[in-house]
Design a protein around this ligand. Structure first.
Ligand code: SF4
Ligand code: MG
Length: 338
């Protein structure tokens, strides 16, 4: 049986004045109905680009997209703009980090939610208003029948984020892409928004792609985790496994600064030195090698010369030259140092 969303060997390359930027370079993953995939990585790792490409929101003039993206059996790579336009909002929707930038300051919250609904359903203005109030209620806005006539600036940051979620879900999309939706919010509101997303997923059966730079944020919500680095997947697996027994040195670095699944522990911050690679001239071999503390543990100069292959068995795997035995040893050291 075909997975609900299937991305196969996706490559997204941009032409720039300086050359070709390989923002995504051979990415594959599946997402089942009603499940959540967390995509984790630093900014510039390709996670946002991947998802804008799924939605067809990339610039077709400067972007070359290779590979396959199928949603419910329908190929999206190469689909016409009108096809994608119909799918966006209706079958797939997105929420962004910045609700203020996504909402128009000139129209009421109710009108903006209602317009999305009308566009895809042909509902009347009155029906759309009723639907908007209903959605605001579902996302936990108090007194929705009054707040529906407010403008975005009259909402708090957390309420605007809820309103954006209401707008994204107004047509019952089957796929929701959330790109760092809670990053700008304080921790309490962040937790409320995550709970809301989980509740709505239960209610609507939505599949979710949750993009974040913070593994801790998805510890709660994701079923599977995909770690991206330099436009590629470096590790993938069920959330519990990735968080409890991470395999890739980059994931170890990400985990060094987060509370674990078992609750917040006193972990000394072990930030990864250096910065993400240029995707104009990516490093040779393993793209992580200039920053990897373990590159010298691998025989020869393989990390700098040979690109590790991502091998996924039963949904679990990593792209690194370390052997399982070396990995166990280093992880034990890492745990002992905490
Ligand atoms: Fe580090 Fe080498 Fe593994 Fe890359 S392949 S993550 S450089 S040990
Ligand atoms: Mg981003």
């Amino acid at each position: 049986q075909q997975p609900f969303l299937s991305v196969k060997d996706l490559k997204v390359h941009f032409s720039t004045e300086d050359g070709i930027v390989k923002a995504v370079d051979g990415l594959s993953f599946d997402l089942a109905r009603g499940k959540t995939l967390g995509i984790v990585g630093e900014s510039g790792s390709g996670k946002s680009v991947t998802n804008l490409t799924i939605l067809g929101l990339h610039n077709p003039d400067s972007t070359e997209v290779e590979g396959s993206i199928t949603l419910d059996g329908q190929e999206l790579n190469g689909a016409s703009e009108s096809t994608l336009e119909k799918l966006r909002g209706n079958k797939m929707a997105m929420i962004f980090q910045d609700a203020l930038a996504s909402l128009s300051p000139y129209h009421t919250i109710g009108r903006q939610i209602g317009e999305t609904y009308r566009k895809h359903t042909g509902a009347s203005k009155q029906e759309a208003r009723v639907r908007a109030i209903e959605m605001l209620r579902r996302v936990g806005i108090p007194q929705p029948d009054r707040r529906v006539d407010d403008y975005p600036h009259q909402f708090s940051g957390g309420m605007r984020q809820r309103a954006m979620i209401a707008m994204a879900l107004v047509c019952d999309p089957e796929l929701l892409i959330a790109d760092e939706p809670t990053t700008a919010l304080d921790v309490t509101v962040q937790a409320q928004i995550m709970d809301l997303l989980k509740d709505l997923q239960q209610e609507f059966g939505t599949s979710i792609i949750f993009i974040t730079h913070d593994l801790g944020v998805i510890a709660d919500i994701a079923d599977d985790v995909l770690v991206m680095y330099g436009g590629r997947c470096v590790e993938r697996g069920p959330k519990e496994e990735v968080l409890r027994t991470p395999q890739h040195p980059y994931t170890w670095g990400l985990l060094g600064s987060m509370p674990t699944l078992d609750g917040p522990v006193d972990v000394p911050l072990t930030p990864i030195p250096g910065s993400p690679p240029s995707l104009l001239n990516p490093p040779s071999g393993c793209r992580f090698h200039p920053r990897c503390a373990f590159a010298n543990k691998v025989d020869g100069n393989r990390c700098a010369t040979e690109s590790p292959v991502l091998e996924i068995v039963d949904g679990r795997g990593n792209a690194c030259h370390l052997t399982d035995e070396q990995r166990r040893e280093f992880l034990a050291d890492l745990a002992a140092s905490k």
